[in-house]
Design a protein around this ligand. Sequence first.
Ligand code: BGC
Length: 440
Amino acid sequence: MTDLSRVLAGIEEQLSVPASLLKEIAERFQAAMTAGLAGKPSSLKMLPSYIGVPTGREQGTVVAVDFGGTNVRVLLITLTGDGQVHISNRRSFLLKDKRKNYDFTTASASGMQLFDFIAEKIAEIVPTTDKTYPLGHTFSFPCHQYDINEAELISWTKEIKTAGVEGQNVGQLLQAALERKKISYVYPQAIINDTTGTLLTAAYRDNATDIGAICGTGHNSCYLEPGHPLTNKPMIVNMESGNFSQIMQTKYDLCLDQDSEKPGAQRLEKQTSGQYLGEIVRIIVSSLVADGHMAGEPANTLHLPYSVRTEDLSTILADHTAGLEAVAEVVAACWNLGNLTLGELAALQTIARLVAIRSARLVAATWAGVLYRIDLELSRSHTIAVDGSLYEKMPGYAEYLAQAMNDIWGIGAKKVTIRLSKDGSGIGAAIAAATVYNSQ
Ligand code: BGC
């Protein structure tokens, strides 16, 4: 065994999540759910959403605002009342754009500037006729929810730092911006988490859906609690599972955590989401170079945090060429590493794969934890609705999730369908707003 392959075997061992560990994590997750729901200490926030699943008969033309962290999307959506959805207009706007010289995600930007920007974009999309439109707002951060249209941001995640939003009522911030911009023809009706939107969108057509998740820049899941303690009725609970803490951390995870915006927080998210996977790979590769297991040119830029993105990992994983040309291009472009051997490029691809597999297996274990709670025997079918770039675009990711479910349930895994809920977070906001509007 060469030195590099020996070190690689060690990394593989640290990142692996065998079947027995999957089940253990699922059990710990289930226990954390129970504690969180009962208001006992838990890393799961178990936030009520004040909405159940839709009937499929909701209808109307609704404005949806989908604020995720990387961009804000505004959509004009018509729900037909028979499970169908038509998007008549949609646009996406970056929250930071170097060329246009703005960044609403830093601490020097204020909440007022951010929400004014969102209000302006709503005005660009929604026709100013005599008509008025209900608005549904997906806000993809942990919020204390007091009603379907009242949400207070607990704390930013995904490295966002905009000032003056934490602790504030997000609905009021948007309403105030709409008033400042004299947009009186849209009226906010609902605020939801993106996981809730994903669940609602899939459930609009498929009533076996009881888990919704985002595997994208951030990670989180929600589920339908059959009898919520607050109402004794079915209610979607935003678990904020990205903060789940009962998982192992390698030295690489600890290093990422220490230098993150909020050390100690969002442990699961830091091992599973697109915001961080590239950074884990960078930290591992830097340590290999620093310890002399891989050649690094003196002018390399491996020390720059977040210098490889999740899209780059997808490119690395999709490379099946004999010479690993795409892997070579990525490392040359991101880290100025131009002369790695084929063996070193292959090692890099293996590291990216191991990090992606660990992400998928940890996520699957948390879903198993939910199923342990709501249907331990898997006595009925369940659909898990997922949106996000990792699930949709990362080569192998969906298969890794399915494999982990098989490892946990064996043949029983057939009862569980994991399905893409494309644009679920935006469409779900429209369904939530229509639910409120139709019930008035
Ligand atoms: C947020 C969640 C969100 C997830 C996916 C996390 O960082 O805390 O509220 O659902 O990202 O966007």
